[in-house]
Design a protein around this ligand. Structure first.
Ligand SMILES: *Cc1c(COP(=O)(O)O)cnc(C)c1O
Length: 338
């Protein structure tokens, strides 16, 4: 193997040895098969290529101090993939098949699971696509489910670092009765142009407002939003955000740490009153927010002036990471030990 410098890994793509594939036709899923090819060969008229019949997941496997390999919230990702499939008229993949395929990919790519000390992990990407030809707008009859793996670095090298986010009122990610609550590629395509504008101006990501009224906070591109004030963890309730499994986990840990939890609509003006703010998702766990610029309204909300994250963000981050790496007991059944 070409020598991987574990401490230099980013959130990119590095070729691993194997991926797993399962095909759906005539109402049945095939047993997962192992492939060493990075390519898939599909029909030019596949519905995924034209009408966006594509859903995906993202989860991680970690190597612990004890040498054991742990997959975080495998079951929850399987369930969410089913919800995404239903949302775009794809057949649901049985949970057992999802779990078997993911475990197999981890097992077969063991040598790519970074060492404990690196703080890196093996990112797992399951996806499901419509692959039978169809020119009229209709769901496909055949599907491919695949899982690949790639090692990724810790999002923050040398500790959590707050970064700025931006509200761009001229862009929406998802509509209230649209596909915002499911993990489909189409939502990401819809967010690419705003995302590029944000990056080019030095922001980490866009903080989207609700598309209908532009009054409430939705989420940050590929991550949920949360704020902390008065010993309370506050996160938006909305019809157009993805139910983040990281957020769901942080809610449990916040309660364990003695915080109150509120899941409710969060008005933009409320940003003024928050003591800490963060984005949460599998990639970073928590990405603390230093500042949010509402550029069209000429307003800024500041959460960190000194370049350091707030105490609650740090506590939540350390606690979740400790569970993922097996340093702390898994009280909630979140971990699958391989
Ligand atoms: C995947 C995703 C998240 C984060 O979800 P996790 O399960 O925590 O990784 C948040 N928002 C969107 C839009 C997503 O696609």
């Amino acid at each position: 193997m070409e020598n991987i410098n574990w401490s230099d890994l980013t959130f990119g793509y590095i070729k691993t040895d194997y991926n797993v594939r399962s095909y759906y036709s005539d109402g049945k899923w095939s047993d997962p098969e192992i492939s060493d090819s990075e390519y898939i060969n599909i029909h030019i008229a596949s519905t995924c290529l034209h009408y966006g019949q594509e859903a995906f997941e993202g989860l991680k496997a970690f190597r612990g101090k004890d040498g054991k390999i742990r997959i975080f919230r495998l079951y929850d990702n399987a369930l969410r993939m089913q919800a995404s499939a239903r949302g775009i008229m794809m057949p649901e993949l049985p949970v057992e098949l999802f779990e078997k395929a993911v475990k197999e990919v981890v097992e077969k790519n063991k040598r790519f699971i970074p060492p404990y000390e690196s703080g890196a992990s093996l990112y797992l990407r399951p996806l499901q696509i419509g692959i039978s030809p169809q020119v009229g707008v209709k769901p496909a009859k055949e599907y491919l489910f695949a899982v690949f793996a790639t090692p990724v670095g810790p999002y923050f090298k040398g500790g959590l670092k707050p970064s700025p986010y931006v509200i761009l009122r001229g862009f929406d990610r998802a509509a209230p009765c649209g596909t915002g609550t499911i993990k489909v590629g189409g939502n990401y395509a819809a967010g690419l142009s705003a995302g590029e504008i944000a990056h080019s101006k030095g922001y980490s990501a866009v903080l989207y407002l609700d598309a209908k009224e532009k009054k409430y906070i939705d989420e940050c591109g590929p991550a949920n939003f949360f704020g902390i004030k008065n010993n309370t963890y506050i996160t938006p309730d909305s019809h157009s955000i993805l139910p983040s499994i990281t957020n769901k986990s942080l809610i449990v840990l916040a309660e364990e740490l003695g915080l109150k939890v509120e899941r409710r609509p969060v008005k933009v003006e409320e940003l003024e009153t928050l003591e800490e703010a963060g984005a949460c998702g599998t990639a970073a766990v928590i990405s603390p927010i230093s500042r949010i610029d509402d550029v069209d309204e000429n307003k800024s909300y500041i959460f960190s002036k000194d370049g350091y994250p707030g105490p609650v963000c740090i506590k939540l981050y350390n606690k979740l990471r400790a569970i993922q790496y097996g340093d702390e007991e898994d009280k909630y059944g979140w971990i699958t030990v391989l």
